[in-house]
Ligand binder design. Sequence first.
Ligand SMILES: [Zn+2]
Length: 260
Amino acid sequence: MSSEFTFVVEKTCPVCGKSVKVVKVKSRLAAIGVDNDYCCHYRDFNPYLYHIWVCDGCGFAADEKVFLTALSPVRRELIGNALMEHHVHFEFNEERSVPDGIASLKLAIFCAEVLKAPLARQAGLAMRLAWIYRIDGQKEKEREASEQALNLYIRSLETEHYPIDNLTDTMVMYLIGALYAELGERKKAVLYLSNIVGDKKNPITDAKLAKDARRLWQAVREQNQEESAQENASQEQNHHTVVQKAAAKPKKKSGLSRWF
Ligand SMILES: [Zn+2]
């Protein structure tokens, strides 16, 4: 089976051992836009709906890498029992709707929690859930999932050893900055991004990340300055004396991307 963007393969569930159908996304997708937190936008297709593979036998859900990793008998029993207790059932469908995609990610987050997966990995799942909500225009739900991702990344940075799943601590620092910016907490965003752009002793070797961090750091700082200028202007207006001067201030154009 195959569609314009996806194709179906059979894999063995690492929990119940059943041979199950899973959907893979064809690799040649051209992005039409990328957000500061690396959420990619494509025309007429959302690959994040397919990020999670789900066993339609026992309900185990995980991304491809985790799904293809063998579990120890103890962990297999732990997750198998948890799924059975919750009567999890997920039907296979080659084409996933937005609710299907959301359900698969929530199920994967549940499985990751039961298996005590690294917090950085759990954060990545919450982030993808936020992206599905964002692409679907569900702003309040996106905010909730972004906050969940943010809290998990912060706890991860404090307690876990990197690299985790190809993620470095610098990359996580950037993602925390990008998430804070996304959530409108710009001062905190600047704080985290400053750790990356301001570290002259240990300049990061990832040139793209360094460039992205500097660009976002500048954009958020500009917006902070613009906001303080506006606050000052309104305070001055309240004092009547400098009304004309305040009104004549040119409005700075925001450097933030259109996704903000
Ligand atoms: Zn299974």
